[in-house]
Design a protein around this ligand. Sequence first.
Ligand code: AKG
Length: 207
Amino acid sequence: MQDDLFGVAYPPGLAVLRGFALAQAGELLEMIGQVSAVAPFRNMVTPGGHAMSAAMTNVGLGWVTDRKGYRYTAEDPQTGVTWPDLPEALVGLGERAAEASGFTGFRPDGCLINRYSVGAKMGLHQDINEGDMTAPIVSVSLGLPAVFLFGGLNRGDSTMKIVVEHGDVVVWGGPARLYYHGVMPVKVGQHPLTGGVRYNLTLRKAV
Ligand SMILES: O=C(O)CCC(=O)C(=O)O
């Protein structure tokens, strides 16, 4: 049985695939470098006017936030240019991870790339901007470790703490698709491939 730091069992619909993306990590990091050269990482602003501590960019359909709200766009609002294509290798990784977690037929059309420097975090939130809630979310961790928080359908529900390391993939869908989740502040560290940074690739079926 899979469980969190404190031995709490994962809820139905949540899977943690340890090391699932390890063999592709180098390729993924190279892709992040290429993407960020044309669609730079930036600290987006929430509708409430707060800059997010994780810097973001996208491939495929891109998730964005600004004073106008949260949404998916085909173009990078910063440059007006279409987000870089979602690489087929990333689509394949998402499909295989979803399949291994019991979700068949997942075909992502967008991937948010989060970059966490030391101290960056992500508050508890639900992924609700996607058009197809039958599709799971596939979340790939690279570089420094982090504590991933996974709660329930209500913001105030208790959260489990799951340490996610380089190459781990977390998948949630079905009954857990709308569960609140977040990331605790990333701690100081050095990873041989990313230095003092954590990356997260979140594959979604946006439309
Ligand atoms: O960085 C992570 O592990 C999770 C990212 C996340 O929750 C999101 O992008 O919605």
